[in-house]
Design a protein around this ligand. Structure first.
Ligand code: NAP
Length: 248
C-alpha cells in the first residue's frame, strides 16, 4: 500500500528529533532538512549528534541531554523558541532504549524503570515542554512517536520494551484526542525491523543486510507530515513504515 502524498514544505520551519544522533533518528533528521527545516537533534552522546550535524552544516543543531530530564526539555524549548519566534512544526519522539531481552519473571526492576523512564516519560516530558511551540505553529504541526510491532502485540522476552511501546501507543491516542481541534496532529509510527544498533542488540543472530535501512523509514514520515494525514478526523494514526516503503 502506498498512499499519495503531497510533499510537505518545511522551508523556514523548525523540527526536533530526539535520538537524532544515530539510526532511524538520524535518517529522519536528514529527511526533514531536505524538506527545508532547521532541525534540533537531541541525545546523550555529543559525538554522534555532532556527526549528524556535520552532514547538514547549519541546518542541524545538536542538543545534548536526556529526554527524561524535565529541565533539559524546558531548556530545549527555550532554545528552539528563541531561534524561531516560538514556533515548532515537527516533533519526532524517536529516542528509545531496548533494555534486556529477558523473561518478565527475571526482568531486573531497575532496567524496567529505566526503559519506562526513557521510552515513556521521555516522550511525555518532551511533548509537554514543546507543546506551546507546536500550538503556536498550528494548524499543521505534527508530533510523531516511534512505536514498535511489540507495542501492539506483546511477545516473549521483549519485556519492558514491549510494555513501554504499548504506553507510547496509548500516549499517542490520548494526545491526539486532547489536541483534536488544536491543529496539532499526533501519530505513532512503527518502523519495523530496521538496520540499526538497537536492532543488532535485540537480534545479534540476524544478518543486518537483510533489513531495511533507516532511510527506508522516510516515506512513512513524509506521509505523516502531509496534508493527507492532518486534521481532526485523521490525527491519532498508528502506521507501519513497511506500508510506505518504496519497492524497487
Ligand atoms: N531498529 C528497529 O528495528 C526498531 C524497530 C521498532 C522500533 N524502533 C524504535 O525506533 C526508535 C529509534 O531506534 P533505532 O533503532 O534508531 O535505535 P538507536 O540507533 O539505538 O537510536 C536510539 C537513539 O536514542 C537516543 N537515546 C537513547 N536514550 C536516550 C535518552 N535517555 N535521552 C536522549 N536520547 C536517548 C540514542 O542516543 P544517545 O545514546 O546518545 O542518547 C540514540 O541516538 C526507537 O524508539 C526504537 O524503539 C526501532
Amino acid at each position: 500500500m502506498s498512499k499519495p502524498v503531497t510533499p510537505p514544505d518545511l522551508s523556514g520551519r523548525a523540527a526536533v528529533v530526539t535520538g537524532g544522533g544515530s539510526g532511524i533518528g538520524r535518517a529522519l533528521a536528514l529527511a526533514l532538512t531536505d524538506l527545508g527545516a532547521t532541525v534540533w537533534v537531541v541525545g546523550r552522546r555529543r559525538s554522534v549528534l555532532l556527526e549528524t550535524a556535520s552532514l547538514r552544516s547549519g541546518q542541524i543543531h545538536p542538543f545534548v541531554g536526556d529526554v527524561a530530564d524535565a529541565a533539559l526539555a524546558e531548556s530545549l524549548a527555550s532554545t528552539v523558541a528563541e531561534a524561531t519566534d516560538g514556533t515548532l512544526a515537527v516533533l519526532v519522539n524517536n529516542a528509545g532504549v531496548l533494555g534486556p531481552r529477558a523473561p518478565l519473571l527475571d526482568y531486573p526492576q531497575e532496567d524496567f524503570e529505566e526503559v519506562f523512564r526513557v521510552n515513556v516519560f521521555g516522550v511525555s516530558i518532551v511533548t509537554r515542554a514543546l507543546l506551546p511551540l507546536l500550538l503556536s505553529e498550528a494548524p499543521g504541526s505534527v508530533v510523531v512517536n516511534l512505536s514498535s510491532g511489540v507495542g501492539r502485540v506483546g511477545r516473549a522476552q521483549w519485556g519492558a520494551y514491549a510494555a513501554s511501546k504499548f504506553a507510547v501507543e496509548g500516549l499517542t491516542q490520548v494526545w491526539a484526542d486532547e489536541l483534536r481541534t488544536s491543529g496539532v496532529s499526533v501519530h505513532a509510527l512503527n518502523p519495523g525491523a530496521t538496520r540499526t544498533a538497537m536492532r543488532a542488540e535485540a537480534k545479534p543472530e540476524e544478518d543486518p543486510s537483510t533489513l531495511p535501512t533507516p532511510t527506508d523509514i522516510v516515506p512513512s514520515l513524509l506521509y505523516l507530515l502531509s496534508p493527507e494525514a492532518a486534521g481532526p478526523s485523521r490525527t491519532g494514526q498508528s502506521i507501519d513504515a513497511r506500508d510506505f516503503m518504496v519497492t524497487s
